[in-house]
Structure formats: structure tokens, C-alpha cells
Design a protein around this ligand. Structure first.
Ligand code: AHR
Length: 330
């Protein structure tokens, strides 16, 4: 009899532990390539855990096949929601249709897959990468104008993100489109630095060794800009003075570089999606629907002095990084 009571107690404990979480959320993350990514992972994972939900987290380590495997494993586990951002834009059609067939609500975050129009999703939040690229060039043009260099011939090098990533494709498109408006600016070289500091540094070294006159570096994220700063210093040049450096993301380390005079501007791409995500899941649980719009968070642009226009209408002005550096948590 004692044995039977012990067994019943043990079973009760197991059952209550397995139902302790109201929801189970699978999150297929890309990897850990940048400060942005770390902040995004922490923000999303902490919020899920603080909401009292179970998190099944998978780090894809920059490999599409790992992410495909993770998505299939979420289906097998029968999670309640899937959060997904893909390392590249293409090649997700099949596995995301499997997610749809399993009727697991899919929430797209950050990088949106190219098959977005052919799949069902419950909500989508991502950066406006094309606009971010345009802002980088608009800020540059207005800064040069302010410095009395608006008519000068300007040689630009570009560090691109991971080839085929939504953030790389979109930022490249925006940068190239905006450069069309500035015939005095020439993109002399462009290569991927894979969104990492180490590769940003290596590629910048090769640029410096092969190109005589570099006026501007456009780095498609801050990590690559920060790596490039090291390469520029090693070449005996002054980053931020001899070469104008514009990054993207607006992480704290970029603010520090701007305050130190080694970087000129960072265009914001926020990694903080928790404030959208948690209310959205709560809303979905309550029967709300969110349509097919991709929500872009409001974002800004930061530099040393502030006051430089960066939007098409010329109305939004850059913010002085030193004024906000203490508030930046990532
Ligand atoms: O998808 C967002 C981009 O990915 C960020 O700009 C970059 O830093 C990250 O690795």
C-alpha cells in the first residue's frame, strides 16, 4: 500500500511539473555573431521566462540546416508557438509549410524569409533594413554638407553582412539606391564581413592594403565597424577622422566609439522585441488576430553632435550619442 501511495505521489509530481507552464515557446535563433544578437537573445528569452512560459531555445550557429532541424524538432515536441528568424532569406518554404501544416502559430522576428507571402504567420516584427541602408547614406551626405565637403569626390568601402541575410540584402539595396542620388560618391569596394568583429577587421585590413584613398566606411553592423576601427588604427590612421565610419545597430560599444571620436554615426536597428512579442502572444491566446503587416519598430540615428537629418523628409535629426549612452543596456 505504501508503495502504491508513493507511486501515486510521484506521478502527481511529474504531472504537475509538466503542466506548470501555460505555454511552450520554441525559439529558433540564428547564432551569436554580434552584440545585437546577444541583446536580442537575452531580451526575448528573459521575457518568455518572466512571463512564466517554457522556452525551448535553439542556437542555429549560422547554419540553415541547424535551424531547419530545430523547427522540425519544435513540431515533433508540439510547442504552442514558434519564434523564427532565419540566417538567410531563401530556402525556408518547405519547413515553414510543415510548421503551418502542424498548425503551430508562427511568429516572425527580425529577418523575414523571402517566402513570407506564401506562408501563414500569426505576427511579424522586423527591422526596416532598406530604410536603414538609406539612412546611412543620407546621414553621410548631410554630414559632408555640414563639413563643407558636399561637392567633394568621396571614395566609399562597404562591409556587408552575411551574404543572403535579410539584413544584408535590405541594407545593400537601400545603400545602393541612395548612392544613386550622390554622383560624387563612389563605392570602390564591397565585401562581406559576416556581421562579426573579427571578419570586419580582416576585410578592412585587405581594403587598406589594396585601396589608396578611402574616405568613408559603411559597415552594415556596428560589430564590423568596431573590428574595422582596430584595422584602421593598426594601419596608423585615425578612425573617425581620416576615415568616416558609419555603422548600423546602435549598440553601446558603438556609442562608446562615437564618444571617443573613433566612429561617426550609427543607424539604429533595435534588438528589443519583447515589448511587442509578449503582448502579442497574450493577445493571440485571447483570440486576437494581427493581420499580415510586418511591424517595424521606431528607430533613430546617433552621432557625436546630433542635429544631422537622416530621413527622406529631412525632419528627423540625429541624437547625440553621449546624451543617451547611459540608458543603452546592450
Ligand atoms: O538581423 C539583424 C542584424 O543581425 C544586425 O544588424 C546584426 O548586428 C545582426 O547580427
Amino acid at each position: 500500500m505504501k508503495k502504491l501511495i508513493a507511486l501515486v505521489l510521484a506521478l502527481t509530481l511529474v504531472l504537475s511539473a509538466s503542466s506548470a507552464f501555460a505555454l511552450t515557446i520554441g525559439f529558433s535563433q540564428i547564432g551569436q555573431e554580434s552584440d545585437w544578437r546577444t541583446a536580442n537573445t537575452d531580451n526575448v528569452c528573459n521575457a518568455i521566462e518572466e512571463a512564466g512560459w517554457e522556452l525551448v531555445y535553439s542556437d542555429g550557429q549560422q547554419k540553415q540546416e541547424n535551424q531547419v532541424q530545430a523547427l522540425r524538432s519544435f513540431i515533433t515536441q508540439g510547442v504552442d508557438y514558434i519564434l523564427f528568424t532565419g540566417v538567410v532569406t531563401t530556402g525556408w518554404d518547405e519547413v515553414l509549410k510543415e510548421v503551418n501544416e502542424a498548425e503551430i502559430p508562427l511568429i516572425l522576428l527580425d529577418r523575414i524569409p523571402s517566402c513570407v507571402d506564401d506562408i501563414e504567420y500569426a505576427a511579424a516584427f522586423g527591422g526596416d533594413f532598406v530604410e536603414e541602408g538609406k539612412r546611412m547614406v543620407r546621414w553621410l551626405a548631410n554630414y559632408l554638407e555640414k563639413e563643407g565637403r558636399g561637392e567633394e569626390e568621396i571614395n566609399i568601402v562597404m562591409l556587408e553582412g552575411t551574404t543572403g541575410a535579410d539584413a544584408q540584402v535590405g541594407r545593400s539595396e537601400g545603400i545602393l539606391a541612395e548612392l544613386e542620388n550622390h554622383p560624387n560618391m563612389t563605392l570602390v569596394e564591397s565585401q562581406t564581413g559576416n556581421f562579426t568583429r573579427a571578419e570586419g577587421q580582416q576585410v578592412m585590413e585587405t581594403f587598406l592594403n589594396s585601396i589608396d584613398d578611402i574616405d568613408v566606411l559603411l559597415a552594415q553592423n556596428d560589430d564590423m565597424a568596431l573590428g574595422a576601427i582596430e584595422a584602421i588604427k593598426s594601419a596608423g590612421l585615425k578612425p573617425g577622422e581620416d576615415i568616416i565610419i558609419i555603422g548600423c545597430d546602435s549598440v553601446k560599444a558603438a556609442f562608446e566609439a562615437i564618444v571617443a571620436g573613433e566612429m561617426n554615426c550609427t543607424v539604429e536597428c533595435t534588438p528589443l522585441y519583447a515589448d511587442f512579442l509578449i503582448p502579442t502572444i497574450e493577445g493571440l491566446e485571447a483570440g486576437e488576430t494581427y493581420g499580415r503587416d510586418i511591424i517595424h519598430p521606431e528607430e533613430y540615428c546617433y552621432d557625436a553632435e546630433g542635429g544631422i537629418p537622416y530621413t527622406e523628409d529631412g525632419e528627423a535629426l540625429s541624437i547625440k550619442a553621449a546624451d543617451v549612452i547611459d540608458e543603452r543596456v546592450y
